[in-house]
Ligand binder design. Structure first.
Ligand SMILES: N[C@@H](CCC(=O)N[C@@H](CS)C(=O)NCC(=O)O)C(=O)O
Length: 238
């Protein structure tokens, strides 16, 4: 069994990537020491192209020799290291938990569509409505104990915290209500975003960086987020 305190963990990421955030949140939650290197996705360095089989982040490098890729695999590895503390205890609950986490993966795919492809307000709204519908479904069908406040973060919390971070920015920029207040999901969002590991998984200027990144994709949301950032910053490409 790998003891994280006796091994070097090095995460290769990108400042905004939600999948990288998930790994970083778990590393922080579990107090596993790690080193982090962020790359620019549009200018991937040669060492990264050689290292990452799918040329995507996150990649976890252990002891400069073992390469793990795909966020779910890395998260499950970290969970195994810590004796399954990121999932509920019973087998059936774990399966239910994983099923609902897949809705989170689906929402992240729609968010990527919004950032990269939705060029008009109407196409943004079609995608936003799909997210709203999925969140409403979770509020109705997902067992409450999976998302009610618990003593520690579960994997499902980690996945959804990265979603809620985006939705907060999208809401500020467009006024679109992805969630209704006074609902369980709304409370869940509020609780998760207060979490220190969730807050620290992105740079302090996340909002500005996301504005620049999304603007570079020529999408509707990019323009809206740029307008909502108080001062147009001059920051490096990301
Ligand atoms: N299924 C992958 C998805 C990771 C992913 O999409 N990463 C994006 C950044 S958020 C990436 O590296 N994209 C490569 C690129 O934009 O060239 C995982 O879960 O690790």
């Amino acid at each position: 069994m790998i003891n994280p305190n006796n091994h070097d963990f090095h995460i290769i990421g990108h400042r905004l990537c939600p999948y990288v955030q998930q790994v970083v949140i778990i590393l922080k939650e579990l107090q596993i020491p790690y080193e982090r290197t962020d790359i620019i996705l549009s200018e991937k360095p040669d060492w990264f192209l050689k290292l990452s089989p799918l040329q995507q982040v996150p990649v976890l490098v252990i002891n400069d020799e073992i390469i793990l890729f795909e966020s779910k695999v890395i998260l499950e590895f970290l969970n195994d290291l810590t004796k399954n503390t990121l999932h509920p205890a019973s087998t059936i609950d774990r399966a239910i938990h994983r099923s609902w986490s897949e809705i989170g993966s689906k929402i992240l795919t729609i968010i990527a569509h919004i950032i990269y492809h939705d060029q008009s307000k109407s196409s943004f709204e079609i995608s936003a409505q799909k997210i709203r519908n999925l969140l409403t479904l979770i509020g109705k069908e997902c067992p409450e104990y999976l998302i009610r406040q618990k003593s520690a973060l579960y994997m499902i919390d980690v996945i959804f915290s990265t979603i809620f971070r985006y939705l907060n920015v999208f809401n500020d920029a467009t006024g679109y209500a992805f969630l209704d207040q006074d609902t369980l999901i709304y409370e869940w969002q509020q609780d998760l975003m207060k979490n220190q590991s969730v807050q620290e998984a992105v740079p302090d200027n996340y909002h500005e960086l996301l504005a620049i990144f999304a603007h570079q994709q020529n999408s509707f949301i990019g323009t809206q987020i740029s307008k909502s950032v108080p001062q147009k910053p001059k920051l490096p490409r990301g």
